[in-house]
Design a protein around this ligand. Structure first.
Ligand code: AP5
Ligand code: MG
Ligand code: ZN
Length: 227
């Protein structure tokens, strides 16, 4: 009891798994601000690079536009560098990485290099029909990247970001054909990852039925139980 007044620091390394549209980004942003740990989304890194027309953006663009995965050689290096930054020392949330077993193995090596380990792999499970509804109604802010949904999470003023006043647009990979391909490309790979992290003993699954806040309650209770 002696030290009970000292609040334990929050420190947790986690990954969010789930098919396109499952709500990884939505939940990761909320967890990131609640616990003050960085949210690292490979998709966001690529989209920023494309917007700024960097060499990385040029490499990634054609894959993303077709809903295919960016090659592991490119993606793994980016994540390795990002996780080595100082702000990841008290934990991080990876969203959209790993997506292949090769990436999962690489992440294990990176954790070893950094003398740490993953604490939680959270799988957000959503039926396929629901994924398509979520992706087709998604709108994102062209300036700050905030995410909305025309029906499930609408902005106060149609087409305008509540946070910064920027324009809301549809992601270029949220077209019907690309959405279908993204789901196909990721289905089997996601199943393999679930198996991988189940074997590692750190897998937790939540059913993402109910609205964003309801899911967030489930996510935080899993985080609290595993910290
Ligand atoms: P990425 O940006 O990661 O796309 P994704 O995996 O397809 O996932 P999304 O961002 O579309 O979905 P999300 O789960 O974040 O859902 P969100 O919270 O937005 O990757 C894009 C591309 O980059 C890939 O296709 C690939 O090319 C490349 N890439 C990225 N990482 C890579 C890697 N590791 N290796 C290789 N290539 C990689 O929610 C969706 C919508 O639903 C929103 O409108 C939201 O408001 C709404 N919503 C969320 N939760 C709920 C709820 N509970 N109820 C109702 N609506 C909800
Ligand atoms: Mg996302
Ligand atoms: Zn905005």
């Amino acid at each position: 009891m002696k030290d009970s007044w000292i609040r334990e620091e929050f420190e947790m390394n986690m990954i969010f798994l789930g098919l396109p549209g499952a709500g990884k980004g939505t939940q990761a942003k909320k967890v990131s601000s609640k616990y003050n740990i960085p949210h690292i989304a490979t998709g966001d890194i690529f989209r920023n690079a494309i917007k700024n027309e960097t060499p990385l953006g040029k490499k990634a663009k054609s894959f993303i536009d077709q809903g295919e995965l960016v090659p592991d050689e490119v993606t793994i290096g980016i994540v390795r560098n990002r996780l080595k930054e100082d702000d990841c020392k008290d934990g991080f949330i990876l969203d959209g990485f790993p997506r292949t077993i090769n990436q999962a193995e690489a992440l294990k090596d990176i954790m070893e290099e950094l003398n740490t380990k993953l604490d939680l792999a959270l799988f957000i499970k959503v039926p396929e029909k629901e994924l398509i509804k979520r992706l087709s109604g998604r709108r994102v802010c062209e300036d700050c990247g905030a995410t909305y949904h025309v029906e499930f999470n609408p902005p106060e003023k149609e087409g305008i970001c509540d946070k910064c006043g920027g324009n809301l647009i549809q992601r270029s990979d949220d077209t019907e054909d690309t959405v279908k391909n993204r789901i196909e490309v990721n289905k089997e790979k996601t199943e393999k990852l679930i198996e991988f992290y189940d074997n590692e003993g750190i897998l937790q699954t939540i059913e993402s039925s109910g609205g964003i806040e309801e899911v967030f309650k489930k996510v935080t209770s899993v985080v609290e139980e595993n910290r």
